[in-house]
Each structure stands twice: as structure tokens, then as C-alpha cells.
Design a protein around this ligand. Structure first.
Ligand code: FAD
Length: 404
């Protein structure tokens, strides 16, 4: 394994670090102020569109997409350090670079499994950053960490499919720019193989019967920057049969393919969040005095900072190893490592953010520092894309298999 950055990565890193300093960090406050003045909190502040235009002009665009026909053509190992940098400002930077979830996973699905017409209609405007998208799988009525439980019905009727079902925590769907949903549901609910019952289908937001009902909260936050997490109901929603992605019964396999890169992107960004937390901790520790000495001279604070540094270095190596394996042996071959980083990264970064909050006192839980919101976001990644326990179960089973 050689994790030294190659020339292209180094060049893009330099560019991106400059872009963050010159444009993204200064825009954080502006974005908050602009959002407060918007007619709807789900609209996009003007500064976000300005950042997108600038990033695109500088060639910092669609870096996540390994397919050179549609994206930057970077390997996972090349993209990892770039995603980490964007994670330092997760509300703005991934969107500015058109590298934000859930669009990234959706674009990958369309690039990999979409037909020509689907790519023209939906992938092209997503790649151009003109629209946003959502991925609708989870349902309030069933344990959705087990995808075989999904109850939304996608029924064939002549040249159409008709959808009925209720989803929630559909990220991005509150944003009016979110024009297209990739919906997972059952085309063959009675099929013998539970992994062939599901299909994925494209549902334009403006189709009659699509009801974006309400924004679900995340620890009391509405997550405006990520377009919220909506409850969405499909009442007799009729779409052309050509909207099906891939074949009937192929939904489960597509979901698996979608989640590999998505998970590693989240982990890379989480490491960037942890780096930001360490930086904020250090700045605060040297600047604030209690009981006659700077917080930085308290042993417990030094322990937090040291432990955070050790944990981040360990995590980064594991994420880079996973990226390297995905590039060299494929997502299947990197399965154990993808699960390992999905378990280890959010958990560890939540702990680092928690210490950073503690060090900031009341300021840590306030809106004046990004820490509380970052904590809430990182904590949800122990659930989103599958809860920790599901990954632990499957990783342990594979480990145990060798001894059975
Ligand atoms: C902020 C946020 C954004 C999200 N975005 C999206 C989105 O865009 N699209 C989408 O479709 N979904 C999204 N989700 C939903 C997320 O993917 C689900 O919450 C997750 O898959 C778990 O499903 P569930 O909530 O139904 O929990 P359940 O399946 O009911 O599981 C509840 C708990 O049971 C335990 N458990 C489950 N299975 C096992 C097991 N095998 N072994 C041990 N314990 C187990 C775990 O502790 C788990 O947390 C999002 C969630 C959040 C919080």
C-alpha cells in the first residue's frame, strides 16, 4: 500500500484548500444570514450558487465520480483526501463541489444502471448541479435496516407503474430543487427470493400523488443545508414503465452497489469534521483561562486532544486502506473494510465532537460554533446507510465463518 498523494491529487488538494480558505469558510456566516432572510428555510441561499459557480470554474466539480465520461475520473484513493477537506465545512463544501449526498449515490446509480433516456433526463442536470435528488427507501412502519421489509408497492399497470407507500427521513426532499426521487419498493411482493422482490424507479417530484408531507427533525435540527429529511407519501403515483432503473427485481442489488462508495464518502468527510473539531478545541484551549491557567494546560484537555489526534490518524489510515482496496480489488473485495470504517468512523468522530463541545462549555451547544450541529450530523451516521449493529452483525458473521 502506498498512500502518498500522486501529482493529480496533490494539485487538486492545493486548489481545494485555497478554495476553502478563500470562498467556503468566509461564506459560512453569510449563508446563515442569507438563510435567515429567505422566504422558506428550504430554499438555497444565493451564496451557495455563487460557490458552485466558482468551484465549477476552477475544475473542482463532480470529483466523486470515478467514471471519466461523467465525472473527474478519480480513484477512491485520489478522492479520499479531497472529500476529507470538504468535510471540514459539511454544510457548504460538498454542495459547492456537486459532491453532496444523496445526489452522489443517485448519480452513480444513474451512471451505472440508468438507460440513455434516464441519463439524458436526470443524470445530465444532476451533473450540471441544476437540480437535486433524493433516495427513498426507509419506511416508518417497518424496520427498514432490513430492506426485505420494505412495503411500498410498485405495481405494473399497462405501460405504467403505480406506486403506493409512505417513506420517511428522505434526505434532501424538502429542498424545492430536489426534482427526482429514486424510490425503492416491491414489484413482486410474493416472489420466492426476498432479495428479488424489490425494484428501483424514478419518480419526478411533480407527479400527481407525490406528497412531501413534513420535515423530520434530527435532534431538534431541521437540517436546512441538506434539504431536510422528509416524510414523503406516494398515493397512486403513476409513472411510465420506462422509469424503472435496470430490471424488475434488481433493486436490492442496485442498493448494495450504491452504498459502497456512499459509505466511504461519508467516512472521509467525517474525518474532515474531526479535524475541524480538533482545530477548534486547540484554539479554544489556548485562548481561554479558568482557575488561573489556560484550558490547554489542564491534563484532561491535553488527553482529549491527544486521543483525538491518535484516533483520527488511525481512522484515516483505515479509510485510505479501504479506498485502495476498492480501487484494486473492487467493492466486494473491500466489503469487510467498508463495514469496518462505517462502524468505526461515526462512532469515533461523535466522541471527538463531544469532547470539543465539552471544551467549549455552553458555547459548544450553541449556534455560535458549528460543533453541536456537526455532532448531531455525525451521530445520525450511526443510523443512516444502515445502523452500526447491522454492520457489526454481518462483519462478525464473516469473521466467524472461518472457524465454523
Ligand atoms: C439523518 C438521517 C438521514 C437519512 N436519510 C435517508 C435517506 O435519504 N433515504 C432513506 O431511505 N433512508 C434514510 N435514512 C434512514 C436510515 O437509513 C434508517 O434509519 C436505517 O436504515 C435504520 O432503519 P430504521 O430507522 O427503520 O431502524 P430499524 O430497522 O427499526 O432498526 C432500529 C434499531 O434496531 C437495531 N437493529 C436492527 N437490525 C439489527 C440487527 N441485525 N442486529 C442488531 N440490532 C439491530 C439497531 O440498533 C437499529 O438502530 C436516514 C436516517 C437518518 C437518521
Amino acid at each position: 500500500m502506498d498512500f502518498a498523494f500522486d501529482a493529480r491529487t496533490e494539485e487538486l488538494r492545493e486548489k481545494l484548500l485555497t478554495f476553502m480558505d478563500a470562498h467556503v469558510y468566509p461564506a459560512e456566516q453569510t449563508a446563515h444570514e442569507q438563510r435567515a432572510a429567505l422566504a422558506s428555510p428550504w430554499d438555497t441561499p444565493a451564496i451557495v450558487e455563487e460557490l458552485k459557480a466558482e468551484a465549477r470554474r476552477q475544475g473542482l466539480w463532480n470529483l466523486f465520480l470515478p467514471d471519466p465520461e461523467h465525472g473527474a475520473g478519480l480513484t477512491n484513493l485520489q478522492y479520499a483526501p479531497l472529500a476529507e477537506i470538504t468535510g471540514r465545512s459539511p454544510q457548504l463544501a460538498p454542495t459547492a463541489l456537486n459532491c453532496a449526498a444523496p445526489d452522489t449515490g443517485n448519480m452513480e446509480v444513474l451512471a451505472q444502471f440508468g438507460d440513455e433516456a434516464q441519463q439524458k433526463q436526470w443524470l445530465a442536470p444532476l451533473l450540471a448541479g441544476e437540480i437535486r435528488s433524493a433516495f427513498a427507501m426507509t419506511e416508518p412502519e417497518v424496520a427498514s435496516s432490513d430492506a426485505t421489509n420494505i412495503e411500498t408497492r410498485i405495481a405494473r399497470d399497462g405501460d405504467s407503474y403505480v406506486l403506493n407507500g409512505r417513506k420517511w427521513y428522505i434526505s434532501g426532499a424538502m429542498n424545492p430543487l430536489c426534482q427526482i426521487f429514486i424510490v425503492m419498493g416491491k414489484t413482486d411482493p410474493d416472489g420466492a427470493d426476498p432479495r428479488r422482490q424489490q425494484s428501483m424507479i424514478l419518480v419526478p417530484r411533480d407527479t400527481p400523488g407525490v406528497e412531501v408531507r413534513r420535515a423530520m427533525q434530527v435532534y431538534g435540527y431541521e437540517d436546512h443545508y441538506h434539504g431536510g429529511h422528509a416524510e414523503v407519501v406516494f398515493h397512486d403515483v403513476r409513472v411510465p414503465a420506462g422509469n424503472l432503473i435496470g430490471e424488475e427485481g434488481g433493486g436490492f442489488a442496485i442498493a448494495q452497489a450504491r452504498l459502497g462508495p456512499g459509505r466511504i464518502h461519508h467516512c472521509m468527510r467525517l474525518i474532515g469534521m474531526a479535524e475541524r473539531a480538533i482545530e477548534l478545541m486547540c484554539r479554544r484551549a489556548v485562548a481561554r483561562t479558568a482557575f488561573g491557567k489556560p484550558l490547554a494546560q489542564q491534563g484532561v484537555v491535553q488527553e482529549w486532544i491527544a486521543d483525538a489526534r491518535v484516533a483520527v490518524e488511525q481512522l484515516r489510515l483505515l479509510v485510505l486502506k479501504t479506498a485502495w482496496l476498492m480501487d484494486t480489488v473492487g467493492n466486494k473485495g473491500a466489503h469487510t473494510e467498508i463495514q469496518a470504517i462505517k462502524i468505526a468512523t461515526p462512532r469515533t468522530v461523535v466522541d471527538i465532537l463531544d469532547k470539543a463541545v465539552q471544551l467549549h462549555g455552553a458555547g459548544g451547544v450553541s449556534q455560535d460554533f458549528p460543533l453541536a450541529e456537526l455532532w448531531a450530523g455525525a451521530r445520525t451516521l450511526q443510523l443512516a446507510d444502515g445502523p452500526d449493529e447491522v454492520h457489526q452483525r454481518s462483519l462478525a458473521r464473516r469473521e466467524l465463518k472461518r472457524y465454523l
